[in-house]
Design a protein around this ligand. Structure first.
Ligand code: NI
Length: 177
């Protein structure tokens, strides 16, 4: 379909609460997901949320095979997740570096729940119900934050842990975003 412009931090759409999807398996929903896929692939993202391309609906996609943005990351299955509900398991949190297509060329350390139960639907209305941990759990929390108007810099505990990717990691060939 199309590679869309990714909204960047400062755009008020990124701060909105996204609305739930009410109809599944529609041409409009499939077209939205195709645009999100095309845009994520073009930007080498690990995930993208619909509000990032200007559509304030509760739709995220994510997946990590071998990704130049996350060379050491665990793989995450490609997933379309709609109307997600997240339930952390226990209080355990862990810190990890994150980036975001809406905050280009920067990275920050963000605490996330280590283990997570999440539910939702795919684009056909089939239920999704998973228990995940580690990087998969981190990606889901990051993407679903976008549906609540939260960008990862808002979760950084110490702004000393926030900076430009090429300055933080000068010897690594991490792709610009
Ligand atoms: Ni993001």
């Amino acid at each position: 379909m199309a590679i869309k412009t990714v909204l960047r931090m400062g755009d008020p759409i990124l701060l909105q609460q996204a609305l739930p999807v009410t109809q599944f398996d529609t041409p409009e929903l499939h077209a939205l997901i195709q645009d999100m896929q095309d845009t994520m692939a073009y930007m080498n993202g690990a995930g993208i949320a619909a509000p990032q391309i200007g559509v304030s609906l509760q739709v995220v996609i994510f997946g990590v095979g071998s990704n130049p943005r996350y060379p050491d990351a665990e793989q995450v299955p490609y997933t379309v997740l709609i109307n997600p509900v997240l339930a952390p398991i226990q209080d355990e949190m862990e810190d990890g570096w994150e980036g975001c297509l809406s905050v280009p060329n920067m990275r920050g350390i963000v605490p996330r729940h280590t283990r997570l139960h999440y539910t939702g639907f795919d684009q056909f209305g089939n239920p999704i119900d998973r228990l995940v941990s580690g990087f998969h759990a981190r990606v889901v929390q990051h993407e679903c934050d976008h549906l609540n108007g939260i960008l990862y810099p808002m979760r950084i505990k110490n702004l000393k842990d926030f900076g430009f990717t090429d300055v933080l990691f000068p010897n690594q060939d991490i792709q610009d975003d």
